[in-house]
Design a binder for this molecule. Structure first.
Ligand SMILES: *[C@@H]1O[C@H](CO)[C@@H](O)[C@H](O)[C@H]1NC(C)=O
Ligand SMILES: *[C@@H]1O[C@H](CO)[C@@H](O)[C@H](O)[C@H]1NC(C)=O
Ligand SMILES: *[C@@H]1O[C@H](CO)[C@@H](O)[C@H](O)[C@H]1NC(C)=O
Length: 351
């Protein structure tokens, strides 16, 4: 856990002051954002934390704004209170005006048309005339088109994690490495999906090719993509021979978006049968011309070889050990496992 005594002290203070609020912990937030991201310390307005430099590190760094400033999570620095909307401002209601000169105007933390006027170190809350919103920089009420109020006046409540992180920040989806989240303007968490063939590299916060990705350590491993069903512009649908096995085949499903199936079913013909791509059938293995190792499934037996019915292959544990040739005038018969005078014309060995 957190080793710094300072941090432990902070935890204690916040736990006791804001026990009734259940904001996510620093650790929970840091586990989702890219290493090294700086966030506002939940439930404060003037403290920040830099998340550890890697997923397994514990090198949190905490800082506090100097007197009179609030932490702006979007710019990553402390700024004049008038210019910062503190996402946790209601947690600090008692002292927003404490360090302010009399006559200072502050934006209301959850209402674009509201504002706070500091008088004798105390807060006086007020509201702009109907149709106007408060402009903190100008310390006056303006038309809505004159100021983009950072508070979204929608019914949707801010996501507790988005409250703490810079707006627009991307977060890993720990349940699926091909997806990620974005905290939008109104501190809502939006789920996004990487393009086909890509996944979310959580450290660099971008979608990269699946074979280069380093997924969030908590996310389940990506299932390997199977690329037998063609490419983006050349989709293959139907039954495809497995290029590594005579008896296995794939079923490439047709996808609504027209993209190739990346999770085709992988099936096997019964023992003694090979997949025949001409007829899309499982056929007696001697009737299928398969250019792969025909020892597949034959243990330590002998098999016919492609293109020459007078030769045979000697198998060891289902793999060709070496080849041999029947005596002159004889053919090899895989079925009876002997060189025979019968003329053998299996498709498996015919030229
Ligand atoms: C903002 O404050 C005004 C005046 O108190 C109130 O009518 C309005 O409903 C508030 N808006 C929100 C989103 O709380
Ligand atoms: C993915 O992130 C790692 C750091 O975790 C980085 O080293 C690597 O370059 C990134 N990959 C790409 C393709 O950007
Ligand atoms: C596939 O099509 C897209 C859009 O038509 C094109 O941009 C891309 O270059 C094509 N890819 C290949 C490999 O032809």
């Amino acid at each position: 856990m957190f080793k710094s005594p300072f941090f432990a002290a902070l935890c204690f203070i916040f736990a006791s002051s804001y026990a009734e609020q259940s904001e996510p912990s620093v650790k929970e937030i840091c586990k989702l954002v890219a290493p090294g991201t700086t966030i506002i310390y939940p439930n404060t307005c003037d403290k920040w934390v830099r998340c550890p430099s890697s997923f397994s590190a514990e090198d949190y760094e905490e800082g506090s704004c100097v007197f009179g400033l609030y932490f702006n999570k979007d710019t990553g620095r402390c700024e004049s209170i008038e210019n910062v909307i503190c996402p946790y401002a209601s947690a600090e209601t008692s002292n927003r005006c404490a360090s302010k000169e009399d006559g200072t105007f502050l934006a209301h933390p959850d209402n674009c048309s509201g504002y706070i006027f500091c008088s004798k170190g105390k807060e006086m809350q007020s509201t702009c005339p109907f149709g106007l919103i408060f402009h903190p920089g100008k310390a006056s009420c303006v038309y809505v088109n004159e100021y983009k109020c950072p508070i979204k006046q929608s019914a949707a409540k801010a996501n507790p994690i988005c409250k703490a992180v810079p707006k627009g920040l991307l977060l890993a989806n720990v349940n699926d490495c091909t997806k990620y989240y974005k905290c939008d303007e109104g501190s809502q968490l939006n789920s996004l999906q990487c393009n086909e063939g890509e996944a979310y590299n959580y450290s660099t916060k971008e979608c990269v090719s699946r074979n280069q990705v380093i997924c969030h350590p908590s996310a389940p491993q990506l299932e390997p993509e199977i690329d037998v069903c063609g490419s983006e512009n050349n989709t293959v649908v139907g039954y495809i021979a497995d290029k590594e096995s005579c008896s296995y085949y794939y079923i490439c499903a047709e996808r609504k978006d027209g993209k190739p199936d990346r999770k085709p079913m992988h099936l096997k013909c019964p023992n003694g049968y090979f997949f025949d791509s001409k007829t899309w059938s499982c056929r007696d293995r001697v009737n299928v011309k398969c250019y792969l190792d025909r020892c597949e499934g034959m243990g330590n037996k002998y098999v016919n070889v492609i293109g020459d019915c007078t030769s045979y292959a000697h198998c060891k544990n289902g793999v060709t050990l070496n080849n041999g040739k029947c005596k002159s005038g004889l053919f090899f018969d895989e079925r009876s496992q002997i060189c025979t005078q019968d003329i053998i014309t299996y498709a498996a060995c015919s030229p």
